[in-house]
Design a binder for this molecule. Sequence first.
Ligand SMILES: O=C(O)CCC(=O)C(=O)O
Ligand SMILES: [Fe+2]
Length: 351
Amino acid sequence: MCVLRQPPPSAQKVPRLPPLTLSNPSLISQHTPCTMHLSILPPELACKLFYTMIDLSQDWKRNKWWLFDRIVESPHRTSFYARKTDGVDTDPSWQEAAQFWYNGRKTDPPEVFPDVMEEACQYIERVVNEEMRKRDRYPLEWAGKGTEGQTWRANVAASNCYEGAKESVGFHSDQLTYLGPYPTIASLSLGTGRVFRLREVIPSDEIGSRCARTFNIPLTHNSMIIMHASTQERFKHSIPPQPTLDVFRPLFPRDEHLAPEPSNCRINITFRFYRPDFHPKSIPRCKCGVPTVLRADMKNRQDGKTDRYWWSCYAGAQNDGKGCDFWRVMDMKTEGRGPTIEDTSGDKSPA
Ligand SMILES: O=C(O)CCC(=O)C(=O)O
Ligand SMILES: [Fe+2]
C-alpha cells in the first residue's frame, strides 16, 4: 500500500520566487500597492517627534490576547492616539476604538495627539491626499469629504516602539473594523532603520498557477510608506526580527546643551482614517455583546467591488479564549454605509 501521496501536479510546476529587496521608491511602486516618501518631515521636526515618542513610549503596553488556549504577548510596545479635533474628549465611542487596538482589552481613554504629532500631521495629510489624487479609487473606498474638503484625514494613530533587533511584529493585515474596505494607511518611521516585509496572499483559485513573493523594504528614519487601497486586502505585512541593527544617531540633540543620543529604537506611527460610516456606534455586536471585527476574505478576492468582508466575534481574544460563533457577511447597502466611490461616480475600478 502506498501511504505517501504525490503533491497535486500543478503545485509542482509553480516556480518559487526568491525574496526581493525593494530599495527605492520606484521599485516599491512597481511591485506593491505602496508608495515610499523619503525625508517626509523637516529634519528638526522628525527628531523632535522621535524624542517625544521615545519618552511617551515608556508607558506603552505590550498587546496581549488569547490565541487558542494560551495568552500571547506582542513582541513590541504599542499605543493608540485619537485626534482632539474629532471630539475624543467628549465622545466615549473612541474608547471602544482604542480597546480594539489592544485586542479588546479595557483601556484608559486614548491619548490625544501631542502637539508635535499634530504638526507632523500637516505634512503627512498633504502628501497622502496628493498621492490619492493621482490614483484610481476602488469602488468601496469612502467618497465623502473631510471638514476642509480632504479625502483622507489622520483622525487616529497607532504607535509602535521596537527596541533592539529582536522586537518585531508578525505577518498580519490590519483589522478593517473602523477603517472599512480599501483603507489608506500612512506609516511613518523614526529612529533606527528596520525592514518592512510584505507578502501577497494568493487567492485560492490562483494557488496552482503562481507563488507569493516576499518583498523586503528598508525603512529609514523620517521615511513614510503609504499602504494604499488594496494593500490590506491583498498583502500581509510584518517587521521581522533582525540579526543586527545599525544604531541611530540623531542629527539634532534633545536640547542645545546635550550631545545627540544614539538609540537602538524604532518608532512607528501609523496614521489612519477611521471612516465616519464605520463609526463605533455602527459596528454589529456578537452574541457575547462585544463589537465584532471586520476582515476581508483575502483568499477569494474579486474585483474591488463585490469583494467579501465579514464581521465575526472578537470576544475570544480576551475572554479566556472563549467567543461565540457569530459570523456575518458585511453588506454596505443594507447596513447603510457610504457614500462610496461606487455610489458617487459609477464604476471606475482600477484594473
Ligand atoms: O511598524 C510598522 O512599520 C508596522 C506596524 C503595523 O503593522 C501595525 O501597527 O499594524
Ligand atoms: Fe499593521
